[in-house]
Design a protein around this ligand. Structure first.
Ligand SMILES: C[S@@+](CC[C@H](N)C(=O)[O-])C[C@H]1O[C@@H](n2cnc3c(N)ncnc32)[C@H](O)[C@@H]1O
Ligand code: SF4
Length: 384
């Protein structure tokens, strides 16, 4: 496969968590009764068979079990889901198979079972490397458990990434640099580093509005972002996307499929998919509520309740929004094919003069580090 081929991914959403973190607006739910995992596994397989009917035969380059908390799945459930992927499409040799895991000890005890089921990459939700901040973030694990989970994951899986959330209340650039150095010291080859975002409808949104805590001012947040780039560059894990850093070659194949505007199927409650059907790129959006989704799949083979065919201009906007997040930027020739026209030269010149975008040779365009910080505005300007 060509090095920059977007690929074809399968995303599977596990919509349950042991507790809801106060900052999170992902489609995740807490259930106090045991979840019927066999029933969910059968529904995932049924929805995949419906999707297979729509995509036709394809070669899958990556599989991603995301959530929610997929490490609440029994290894047997993960095995059944991976078998269903292989029964419907051809899984490429060496395909990346990622599972998102929380670092609590119960979940780490399932790691060997996941590896045996075919998972070859784990993405651990570490979030912070100090107990005070883990508590603030409402996490169920402490630093000791996170370090144990990291050690175990490194032993068991060929590839490991972990997530940290920064720009926390009171965090200064020196503390963050030290925490980041410590994180990289655990010999990961991939890190996802997200600035804390106050999402509407979450407990943090209400608490923040009541001034119960404050997040760093924009100038401090910009310093924290700069520190993130400096430390990761110095340690050999440069950003390949706004929030994602990797040793070159260890980038997430699955996430690159999203950003390179490849095709992917979404399976499970609230999952989204984007693939070409009858020559047109379409979007699928599934019902979010797990039990409602389950009933829909059992009744008619899928839980898709929304979706559309993208117009050429919507497709072009999405392509820009995704591709300009990447350090490699976008291919100008592909843009022209998608949009049917080249960029307006005067508009490019203005954004280049403002230091927000740059051309790489004659073939690619990317956002500069300053452009990345105001990416939505840059894309809006380019897409006009
Ligand atoms: C679906 S969760 C990952 C898996 C797992 N459930 C966990 O939390 O450990 C994806 C990641 O998004 C990040 N995230 C979620 N909400 C966020 C927010 N409001 N601000 C910044 N990062 C957030 C966290 O780093 C989290 O690990
Ligand atoms: S951050 Fe992860 S563990 Fe916390 S509620 Fe969201 S999906 Fe669940």
């Amino acid at each position: 496969m060509n090095e920059r081929e977007p690929g074809f991914g399968v995303y599977i959403h596990w919509p349950f968590c042991a507790a809801k973190c106060p900052y999170c607006d992902f489609n995740s739910h807490v259930r106090h009764q045991p979840v019927d995992q066999e029933r969910f596994a059968a529904a995932f397989a049924a929805e995949m068979a419906t999707m297979r009917g729509r995509t036709g035969p394809r070669e899958v380059t990556s599989i991603f079990l995301g959530g929610g908390t997929p490490s609440l799945m029994e290894p047997g459930t993960v095995g059944a889901v991976l078998e269903a992927v292989a029964a419907n499409w051809t899984v490429a040799a060496g395909a990346e198979v990622t599972l998102e895991a929380n670092p609590s000890s119960v979940e780490a005890s399932r790691f060997r079972g996941y590896r045996a089921a075919g998972v070859n990459r784990v993405s651990l939700g570490v979030q912070a490397l100090n107990d005070r901040d883990l508590k603030f973030l409402g996490r169920l694990h402490n630093v000791e458990e996170a370090l144990t989970a990291i050690g175990l994951a490194r032993e068991i899986f060929p590839r490991l990434s972990f997530d940290l959330i920064y720009a926390r209340p009171g965090q200064n650039p020196e503390d963050w640099a030290a925490e980041l150095e410590q994180a990289i010291g655990h010999a990961v080859d991939h890190l996802s580093l997200y600035q804390l975002t106050i999402e509407e409808g979450t407990p943090f949104h209400a608490l923040h509005a009541l001034k119960k805590f404050a997040i760093p001012e924009p100038d401090v947040a910009a310093d924290l972002y700069a520190v993130t780039q400096a430390v990761t560059n110095a340690r050999g894990l440069p950003a390949y996307e706004i929030s994602n850093h990797a040793v070159p070659g260890a980038e997430s194949r699955h996430n690159l499929t999203y950003w390179r505007y490849g095709e992917y199927v979404g399976v499970g409650p609230g999952a989204h998919g984007r693939f070409v059907e009858h020559g047109t790129r379409i979007v699928t959006i599934a019902e979010k509520m797990p039990e409602t989704w389950l009933n829909l799949v059992e009744a008619r083979g899928h839980g898709v309740t929304g979706g559309e065919t993208l117009t050429r201009s919507e497709e072009t906007d999405e392509f820009l929004l995704m591709g300009l997040r990447l350090t490699e930027g976008i291919d100008l020739a592909r843009y022209e094919v998608l949009s049917g026209k080249p960029f307006s030269t005067p508009r490019l010149a203005i954004l280049e003069d403002e230091g927000l975008i740059e051309q790489i040779g004659n073939s690619r365009l990317r956002a500069t580090p300053s452009g990345m910080i105001v990416l939505d505005a840059v894309v809006a300007d380019l897409a006009r």
